[in-house]
Write a protein that binds this ligand. Sequence first.
Ligand code: PGA
Length: 258
Amino acid sequence: MKYIIGNWKMNLNIRESAALARGVARFARGKEFLPGIVLCPTFVALSEVRKILARGRIMLGAQNCGPDKNGAYTGEVSPAVLKDIGVNYVILGHSERRQIMGESNELIARKVRAALEAKLIPIVCIGESEEIRLAGNAQEYIHDQLHGSLSGVTLGRHAKIFIAYEPSWAIGSHHSADIASVLDMHAYIRKETAKILNTHIANINVVYGGSVDDQNAYSFLRENEVDGILVGGASLSIHRFDKILTDAMEIISAQQAL
Ligand code: PGA
């Protein structure tokens, strides 16, 4: 399966989120070979988008959640409440939250544990900065981020987890990472994550993010090592997102014909 995850960040209001969700739902209706589609609107648009997606095959994701189930945590959003309103996935540890909001690996690991407990599927983001990459330390850095962000995490029998490899220098820069280095890193992440979680590599989904758009999505999606893509900017345009979905469908149908 291939997954296309749209991260709308803090870009759309409720009306715009609903309109975009309606557009994606319209595109997906009746289509064969559809990839897994996850739309991640801002918290306050989740309920509205949920209503639109309710009867379709598109899944709903949140962009963050609190590290606790409930309690005196002013301003936090409980993963259990997200589950309750129909959210299936949650993006955790996005580089914007790590860099701008100062989230640590330790906090992210708490969120991952809380999300799994609420039966949400975490999409755990990791990725090195340009400085680290140029110094030749990317793999070491990813190793530490993975171990830190997954500390104390166990996968239940039917639980799933996604790791999103998103080098921070590639996000929103119009310069995606080159395929060869993405494939190398994905293989490493898959192996290391399976080791940390003491599970089979088949249970780990590794997606790439960072300036994926309708021009380059195909070249990532056609690779077996890439289970999907996390798309920011290009997911805000229905035309670009539809083109990405069309590319994914072409790849899935070709794979099934083998
Ligand atoms: P981008 O964002 O596609 O705009 O680079 C990806 C992300 O931040 O998840």
